[in-house]
Design a protein. Structure first.
Ligand code: ALA
Length: 400
């Protein structure tokens, strides 16, 4: 993988702030965008910025074709069986909320999550508890912060209707053993939803092989634009769900008193859509597939191993999550004893090193452990060993 070449695709990496280059380590929040994605979106705005699926004129036809092509690219990206199983949403959060609102869970039904869910896969179940009386249960991790299959199996029963779990954690980068979890859940007749916000960009996803029922992800974390995400669902499941939003382009016909809904995916995509976003999403998927997710995964693991091995023994540093970087993907979350995470992040920002600090929308995990927050370095394909070296020096400088 030619990282030097890849970096040339990202205009923002040429940018200097206060005369210094930027070192961007906030990829779990938002990745940067390559020229190919920006060009694909500009192409829409400059050359065919009309409505898809409605107008039969030439521009309308082009955007309809491009929107369909984008859906097909995303299908390939996760190896879904059919492109109608790909619903464009606003982001992972919307995909999960769509399911929480439409799955028709009943009083006493159990939804199982991990103990490190992003608020987007926690609050929807709190609300379902209030609205419908479901039970939400949490599978506690092992001491070393890895998934506890034994505890999970003990919590499984035929009352569990949905296992909704973060595939790769934005807290510590840990990826759950999805194959085993899905198999066990299905043995009990439960459906499985994976929050793929962090995994889609770096783990090869084959939804058919995984046999996962629903998979939600955000395009802004995989080199694409903001405001566009994907909810994958098996067709036979999606077809029976009621949409939670209806309106333009969701109906075949309507009278003053009745309507017939269209099939999937249209019935879940009410109103004018984010066409530029979807087209940008297709370009982002193409870009990642061209490099190859296995190569990306291996590369960010190499960077993670380097940073982890250099900082783990520095007195005062506590790394969050499993000790072995191979289990933490592209994330190193850490604390320095007696210092505030935001102060560390501000110190790094003075050198244009951009990390995230705080609780990363996983308040529940931090609150349960009485930890105020952490500093998170999250890596992606354009980061370099040199950037990691500068980061390590700055962390040492902060401590000294
Ligand atoms: N979930 C995003 C993050 O972890 C916002 O930064």
């Amino acid at each position: 993988m030619d990282v030097k070449r890849i970096r040339q695709d990202f205009p923002i990496l040429n940018r200097k702030i206060d005369g210094q280059p930027i070192i961007y380590f906030d990829n779990a929040c938002m990745t940067l965008k390559p020229r190919q994605v920006i060009d694909a979106m500009n192409d829409y705005y400059c050359n065919f910025s009309a409505c898809a699926g409605r107008s039969i004129h030439k521009l309308g036809t082009i955007v309809t074709i491009r929107y369909d092509e984008a859906r097909e690219k995303i299908r390939k990206f996760i190896n879904a069986k059919e492109s109608r199983e790909i619903i464009f949403s606003k982001n992972t959060t919307e995909g999960i909320n769509l399911l929480a609102r439409t799955l028709q869970l009943k009083k006493g039904d159990i939804v199982l999550t991990t103990d490190r869910e992003h608020n987007s896969n926690l609050l929807p179940w709190h609300i379902q508890k209030e609205l419908r009386g479901i039970n939400h249960k949490v599978v506690e991790s092992k001491e070393d912060n890895t998934f506890d299959l034994g505890r999970f199996e003990n919590l499984m029963s035929n009352k569990v209707k949905l296992v909704s779990m973060v595939h790769a954690s934005n807290l510590d980068g840990y990826t759950i053993p999805a194959d085993e979890i899905i198999k066990t859940a299905h043995d009990y007749g439960a459906l499985v939803l994976l929050d793929g916000a962090q995994s889609a960009s770096r783990v090869s996803i084959d939804v058919q092989k995984l046999d996962v029922d629903f998979f939600a992800f955000s395009i802004h974390k995989m080199l694409g634009p903001t405001g566009i995400g994907v909810l994958y669902g098996k067709y036979h499941l999606l077809k029976d769900l009621e949409p939670f939003m209806v309106g333009g382009d969701t109906v075949e016909k309507s009278t003053y008193t009745s309507h017939n809904l269209l099939d999937v995916p249209e019935k879940f995509e009410a109103g004018l859509q984010n066409y530029a976003g979807a087209i940008g999403a297709g370009a982002a998927a193409d870009y990642i597939m061209k490099i190859g997710k296995d190569k990306i995964g291996e590369y960010i693991f190499k960077l993670n191993s380097y940073i982890s091995s250099e900082i783990k023994d520095i007195p005062g540093i506590v790394i969050i999550g499993p000790a072995d970087p191979v289990l933490r993907g592209g994330i190193i979350s850490f604390n320095i004893e007696n210092y505030e995470p935001h102060d560390i992040a501000m110190f790094l920002d003075d050198a244009n090193i951009m990390v995230r600090s705080g609780v990363f929308c996983v308040h529940s995990w931090f609150n349960a452990r009485n930890i105020k927050g952490a500093v998170r370095v999250s890596l992606y394909v354009y980061n370099t060993i040199d950037e990691c070296r500068i980061l390590i020096e700055k962390i040492k400088e902060f401590i000294s």
